[in-house]
Ligand binder design. Sequence first.
Ligand code: EPU
Length: 432
Amino acid sequence: MEKLVLDGGVPLTGTVAASGAKNAALPILMATLLAPGEHRLANVPDLADVSHTLSLLGRIGCPSLAGSTTRVDTTRIAFSEAPYDVVRKMRASVLVLGPLLAREGAAKVSLPGGCAIGVRPIDQHLKGLEALGCRFVLEGGYVIGETDGLRGAEIHLDMPTVTGTENIVMAAVLAEGTSVIDNAAREPEVVDLCNFLVTLGAKIEGIGTSRLVIEGVSRLTPAARPYRILPDRIETGTYLAAAACASGDVTVTDTDPSELGAVLDTFREAGCFVETTPTTIRLRRDGPVRPFKLRTEPYPGFPTDMQAQFMTLACVGVGTSEIIETIFENRFLHAAELGRMGARIETHGNTAKVHGTGRLQPASVMASDLRASAALVLAGLAAEGLTEVLRIYHLDRGYDDLVGKLRTLGARIGRVSDAERDPARIQQALVA
Ligand code: EPU
């Protein structure tokens, strides 16, 4: 295994391009199962989660060719199953449930189980699919579903779950009759999935609102032109947060500022200068980071996937910031690791009070999930001296060429084997 090494305290300057969004690419890849034939997807990010998804599609019988334009051939389905060894690597595997039930009338998917950021049940996915005419049993850790034919239904979600909405939409597009999903998630990634489904011939109204009305069609067909995955708003926000934490002047291109309203407002509250064009965002920070308040909420509120990165920002600020996490019940695990870098953070339930001391110290740290790992990288960029971030497989799941992109901005960062202790080799990795 490898670790990241960073020599922090250097302001970041320059320009990086956002990659395609992980959380749009994964459901869209799964949705190709709904339309037999060859699909082409553009702007697919190079991520471990995308490779896991392609290998899951391969296990199902659908070969693919990975690349920035990825091809998937879903002409035939050989197995309607997502086995445990794939699902345990990637929770989003559960997104095969809707497409397989819609196309094959059967699906066997390992239950994802708990994860570092909480219990994360899938009861809403199952409730919606049952309303559409599926039956489920739980056997040996697997959810086994079948249907004699999907029928449109009215579904009210207890909370606007992102992958739950996606699973139900993917089944409803091939159900007989009209379905309504109330309290649907409005995240841009859900919108991107719906737009992709429309290119296959699906009939969906209310895209981008919390009420989706879907008129089922009897078949879907692959689009003639490649579908372009939308830019990753969380990756964009993470690079902006890197500039805010380490100070500097960074522009992210190929992105969409309109999807980051709450995040950009919080950067401004923290004393950063933010400027946008329709496809770029520039963030500059040369003064102190001011204390701020944020509360995570479903879109268009502040995204939970940016909460950890802002906790690092609060640590390098001066004064007390308040962070309230309302989406996941256990998403402050990075607070303890930041504590090892000198941060003063008190957590009570879903509220964290961060007493910014103006600086962090370098240390060896390890993270529990993808965004927590990103927060530790930002802490390493801000802290003067050598920081090591262990368990970087989390970062490989969700950040396309993180090291390359941060180097473009002037960061001294590299990857070495976990066991590497030789200071000369570590220095070499920082400039490689
Ligand atoms: N929930 C239920 N029952 C359900 C579904 C969800 O109780 O059936 C609860 C969850 O436990 C959680 C809340 O509802 O407390 C919201 O979870 P949601 O289902 O919206 O999350 P998700 O679909 O599992 C997606 C992203 C996450 C992101 C969340 C919230 C993908 C593949 N994953 O997860 O992304 O944090 O939405 O926006 O789209 C990440 O990229 O690092 C990541 C974790």
